[in-house]
Design a protein around this ligand. Structure first.
Ligand SMILES: Cc1cc2nc3c(=O)[nH]c(=O)nc-3n(C[C@H](O)[C@H](O)[C@H](O)COP(=O)(O)OP(=O)(O)OC[C@H]3O[C@@H](n4cnc5c(N)ncnc54)[C@H](O)[C@@H]3O)c2cc1C
Length: 480
């Protein structure tokens, strides 16, 4: 097994080109001026209910700000639920030290109390315990759970897996219990600007176009949907074939007889090899991950990665959805036909939300780059410490990566924070640190900062950092 996480499990795909039929680029129209009804006036508007958004809404509301969370779909969680990528990895370092706490840990604790989250016991974090290592290797989860330490031994990481359906309910509860309002089925289309200050947002709903006004807007759309019209400087540079230059299409197959499958592999290895080659030769893949939760016996997860340098383009997204669905259903048909154990299986669910991993990112007050991974120096305004587990030997030298509050603050736009994978970082930094737990840390910091900004009547860039730090510590964040 290679040391680099990304080489362990996923094979990343190169971008493809599709023929685009849209002519919108060639021609424009002038829209009629219109009056739009203001339906809410509030302190903090959080756009997008993914990992960043739920943490931001809960934290802003707990900080005393009148808060509303707006989500385009009918459920919260973003990719962590609707994208079926419900693994929360890298919560601790290769050495077993927990580095992410706060909102993320609170959610995991709440889910664990409902039997809807599981993770290796603390005594195994950073340790080389054969039975635990084997469990994750067998589940094909080494990418998320296993790394090599300086002695070249496999060690176990603190990574959690959550049940996405229970998580949707738990996230609703956490947001509303914190006192935030929730508005689902509402698509935010643009910011309301006064000069370079964001004053609210325009939304499209089944009831038409509406406006909401707020003192601070937090963009948690994942893709930074608000950014182009705020004038904030952005980049969408991605290296072809990298982790973030991929769409993901995830589906779950259930009713798999894994005992029969395991028995087939151990008693008839040659026949297994033959079936595997047959499936591969017909364009399928025999690879899958096993559900880890106790109640997910017989459930397997299949991730397909499709290279793309443009993950916000509807024609491209349509092409990916249609072609990947065809390949995925075909893949399951092959497994069902040829692989012992899959005879009575069926596709339980394909992710309602197409998986996006990269896209627009702000160039904010601080722009994180590779040099910020190759140091053990925290920032004065550190809001999170991330476990650097995916850079091989460098991870062993620099197991902690620090993130400053300034990476959430746009340079020239007021009234706006960015707390999702569109945070201020270059390609290399994003490649390793734009996952679910990271976005929850951004959200917790941005939500808390927004509440302080409102309370103290200051711009978000001028929030008193000691107050922010105290608020983060109060809710369990792990800071230097
Ligand atoms: C195939 C694949 C596998 C992955 N596996 C993992 C994994 O195992 N573990 C992990 O930690 N990370 C994984 N990731 C990455 C991770 O899912 C994302 O980086 C993370 O979810 C980002 O969180 P976010 O809050 O920035 O955005 P998202 O999770 O994308 O959430 C954004 C939310 O905003 C909403 N939204 C977007 N635009 C608007 C709008 N205009 N108006 C209203 N609402 C809007 C969306 O519906 C969504 O709910 C994976 C990604 C992919 C593609």
């Amino acid at each position: 097994m290679a040391k680099y996480g990304k080489e362990v499990f996923h094979k990343y795909d190169m971008p493809h080109t599709i023929e685009k039929k849209g002519i919108a680029y060639a021609k424009t129209i002038e829209e009629a001026k219109r009056e739009t009804k203001v339906v809410r006036e509030t302190d903090v508007i959080v756009i997008g209910g993914g990992p960043g958004g739920i943490a931001a809404a809960v934290s802003a509301a707990r900080g005393g700000a009148k808060t509303i969370l707006i989500e385009r779909y009918g459920h919260l969680g973003g990719m962590s639920t609707g994208g079926l990528v419900n693994i929360i990895p890298n919560l601790g370092s290769i050495y077993g030290e927990q580095l992410i706490g706060g909102f993320c840990q609170e959610l995991i604790d709440n889910l664990a109390a409902r039997g809807a989250a599981c993770f290796p016991e603390k005594r195994f974090w950073g340790k080389s315990e054969a039975s635990v290592v084997d469990k994750y290797l067998k589940a094909n989860m080494m990418h998320f759970y296993i790394r090599k330490n300086e002695n070249e031994e496999y060690v176990v990481l603190y990574t959690a897996v959550i049940d996405p359906e229970v998580a949707k309910d738990e996230m609703n509860t956490m947001v509303t219990n914190a006192g935030a309002d929730l508005l689902l089925h509402t698509w935010v289309t643009e910011p309301i600007m006064d000069g370079n200050t964001v004053k609210g947002v325009i939304v499209e709903t089944k009831s038409g176009r509406q406006a909401l006004l707020g003192k601070v807007v937090i963009d948690c759309t994942g893709d930074g949907d608000m950014l182009p019209k705020t004038g904030t400087e952005t980049t969408d540079y991605m290296i072809p074939g990298s982790r973030i230059a991929q769409f993901g299409w995830v589906y779950w197959v259930c009713n798999v007889d894994l005992k029969k499958y395991d028995n087939f592999i151990s008693t008839e290895p040659e026949a297994y090899k033959k079936v595997t080659q047959e499936i591969l030769s017909m364009g399928g893949s025999p690879l899958f991950c096993r559900g880890l939760l106790d109640h997910q016996e017989g459930v397997v997860w299949i991730h397909r990665l499709i290279g793309s340098l443009n993950q916000i383009e509807p024609e491209e997204m349509t092409y990916i959805d249609v072609t990947t669905r065809k390949k995925s259903v075909r893949n399951w048909e092959l497994l069902k036909k040829y692989m012992p154990g899959f005879e009575k299986s069926f596709i339980m669910l394909s992710a309602p939300q197409l998986g996006t991993s990269g896209g627009r990112r702000i160039i904010g007050e601080y722009y994180l780059t590779e040099k910020d991974m190759d140091t053990d120096q925290p920032f004065e305004d550190t809001i999170a410490i991330f476990a650097d587990n995916d850079r091989g030997a460098k991870s062993l030298d620099y197991p902690r990566t620090y993130v400053p509050y300034r990476a959430l603050v746009p340079k020239d736009t007021e009234g706006l924070l960015v707390a999702c994978r569109a945070f201020s970082a270059d390609h290399d930094f994003s490649e390793f640190f734009n996952l679910i737990p990271h976005c929850m840390c951004f959200g917790q910091a941005a939500g808390s900062a927004a509440a302080i900004a409102v309370q103290d009547s200051v711009a978000v860039r001028n929030v008193n950092f000691q107050k922010l730090r105290n608020e983060l510590l109060k809710y369990g964040a792990i800071l230097p």
